[in-house]
Write a protein that binds this ligand. Structure first.
Ligand code: NAP
Length: 532
């Protein structure tokens, strides 16, 4: 517990201890910026890799690319499994010296921009923290989404979401309903099927499934990673460019169709029964939803104890009813129904300049500039924000590029003596127009499916339409001309635009003085926080 009457102060508050938050913390330390805290509501760092512990949970991006470029790991296999990834994350946090800055069990309840004081007031379950800047790394795949199925309150059995796996509830010998056939379900269904008494799989939309080119690294490959100079780097580079080519294909549904041929062959080889094959054949263009990789999913769902049916429509006391009206007796329901990607709960907790929440401003369609900054929410940076997602490459490419951008922003502000930065409304609007234009006609928008890429207004607020090469180029330098900068109003009472160079010089001294007095010299009192 924070035990002091004065709120703690910090220059930068990072929210969330997943790979995003960790990436920013490492980057700040690398830049010599130590006046920051990383607030994590859980009892351990890890984000999605701490939370998703379902059987079979593994990466679906080759691990060589699914890691920080500055911290290569000796992965045991091509697609590492959750425990190994979580160990990697904790190991990197320790080795890079991030742990002293971490405040575990600290949940952010609200973040309010204090106009008079020109800083963020962060209310947490451990007390109030004042921060000059916030970097939100809460993650788009954080809050489980559970559909409200009629009758759900009547069910007498056990219910949980795949991202909150109940390890105390052994599924051996159970009659299990699994709702959903996305990335999570296809990984755990083959693991629970052998011991469950029965599995009813509710498939609302048949997914495209490609073979997973996975294997344990043999000794020779491991030796090459360790001893052959440049081998790991070249391997990582090759994966990056192959995935980048896939992105180009995804932008054009017609090109994507040849990849469908590979998936169809995979389905034909694995599923001899024509009726089941038809049921499992997707009706949308591949890439419209996230690509799924598995060699074990089709074999598992053909076992005699598995029934594949359509959407779940009703729940009874001891059973579930599909859209075909058939009732199945079950004692456990596992929702593999994804996450609140386009209605992130954190947006309801952020109150900007005008006194409205970010969720109200977004109205169900998240928008930002470069997925990082939002008009009306000064000194606030998003990690993996709106329209930064990609269905093809590693999130690490994005995390590292964004961390560079944010650190460059902080350095630019410091150099100009500015304490306030807000993206210009016209820049944000024009950028989003271009994003939406580029998305029109792509497989994500026009592939004939519904997915979490599209928000409740039907707008794609998730995907970055261009390559990660393009994204890295855009994020390489903080483009100060796209922002409004100013010193705190108490020191200088007019807002400066970045092209007003003379004014920049005028307020430099007062801005710098105030910043160092209020923030830079006042680190968070580490000893007052319960942080085992
Ligand atoms: P998801 O991709 O959003 O899939 C949700 C599934 O639930 C879909 O099959 C959906 O059906 C179904 N569903 C939702 N509401 C339903 C309802 N009312 N009735 C029946 N079915 C319903 O969720 P996810 O599988 O958890 O994956 C989410 C994301 O997490 C992935 O795209 C990926 O980015 C990430 N992930 C990554 C890995 C990894 O290996 N790195 C592993 C797991 C997850 P429809 O298709 O009909 O909507």
């Amino acid at each position: 517990m924070i035990r002091h009457s004065d709120p703690a102060k910090t220059r930068v508050a990072i929210i969330g201890g997943g790979f995003s938050g960790l990436g920013v913390a490492i980057r700040l330390l690398g830049e010599g910026i130590e006046d920051f805290v990383l607030l994590e509501k859980g009892t351990q760092l890890g984000g999605t890799w701490r939370d998703n512990t379902y059987p079979g949970c593994a990466c679906d991006v080759p691990s060589l690319l699914y890691s920080f470029s500055h911290s290569p790991a000796q992965w045991s296999r091509v697609f590492a499994e959750q425990p190994e990834i979580q160990r990697y994350l904790l190991d990197v946090a320790e080795k890079k010296g991030v742990m002293p800055y971490v405040r575990l069990r600290t949940e952010v309840l609200s973040m309010r921009w204090d106009k008079a004081a020109q800083h963020w007031e962060i209310e947490t379950n451990q007390g109030v923290i004042l921060a000059q800047f916030i970097v939100a790394g809460a993650g788009p795949l954080h809050e489980p989404k559970i559909p409200r199925i009629p009758g759900h309150e009547k069910f007498k059995g056990t219910v949980f979401h795949s991202a909150r796996w109940r390890h105390d509830h052994d599924l051996a010998g159970r009659r299990v309903a699994v709702v959903g056939t996305g990335s999570s379900a296809i990984q755990f269904v083959p693991k629970i099927q052998p011991t469950a008494e029965s599995v009813v799989l509710f498939q609302r939309t048949a997914p495209w499934v490609l073979p997973k080119l996975d294997h344990r690294y043999p000794a020779i490959e491991n030796a090459a990673f360790r001893y052959v100079p440049g081998f790991r780097r070249a391997y990582r580079g090759a994966i990056y460019w192959i995935l980048e080519a896939l992105q180009l294909a995804q932008r054009r549904p017609r090109i994507m169709r040849w990849l469908q041929g590979i998936a169809m062959r995979h389905l034909r080889r694995a599923v001899p029964d024509p009726a089941l094959r038809e049921q499992l054949t997707p009706t949308f263009t591949m890439g419209c939803k996230r690509l799924l990789l598995s060699n074990t999913y089709y074999p598992a769902i053909q076992q005699p104890n598995v029934v594949v049916t359509n959407g779940l429509t009703r729940i009874a006391e001891d059973g579930v009813v599909g859209a075909d009206g058939v009732e199945h007796a079950v004692d456990t329901i596992v929702y593999a129904t994804g996450f609140e990607v386009t209605d992130p709960p954190i947006a309801e907790r952020i109150v900007g300049v005008s006194g409205t929440t970010l969720a109200e401003q977004w109205g169900g369609s998240p928008q930002a500039y470069l997925g990082t900054t939002v008009e009306g929410f000064p000194n606030f940076f998003f990690m993996v924000g709106p329209n930064l997602g990609n269905g093809h490459s590693s999130v690490f490419v994005l995390i590292e590029a964004q961390a560079d951008y944010i650190v460059d922003a902080l350095n630019t502000l410091a150099a100009r003596g500015a304490d306030y930065v807000e993206v210009r409304g016209d820049v944000q609007a024009e950028y989003n127009e271009r994003v939406q234009e580029a998305l029109a006609g792509t497989v994500w928008n026009a592939g004939g499916c519904s997915s979490y890429y599209l928000d409740r207004n039907g707008r794609n607020s998730t995907i970055y339409p261009w390559t990660t090469v393009d994204l890295r180029r855009r994020l390489a330098n903080f483009d100060v001309q796209s922002y409004r900068l100013s010193a705190p109003t108490s020191a200088v009472d007019r807002v400066l635009t970045s092209d007003d160079e003379s004014a920049t010089t005028n307020y430099e001294k007062s801005g710098r003085a105030l910043r160092s007095a209020v923030f830079a010299a006042r680190p968070m009192p580490t000893e007052t926080v319960d942080n085992p």
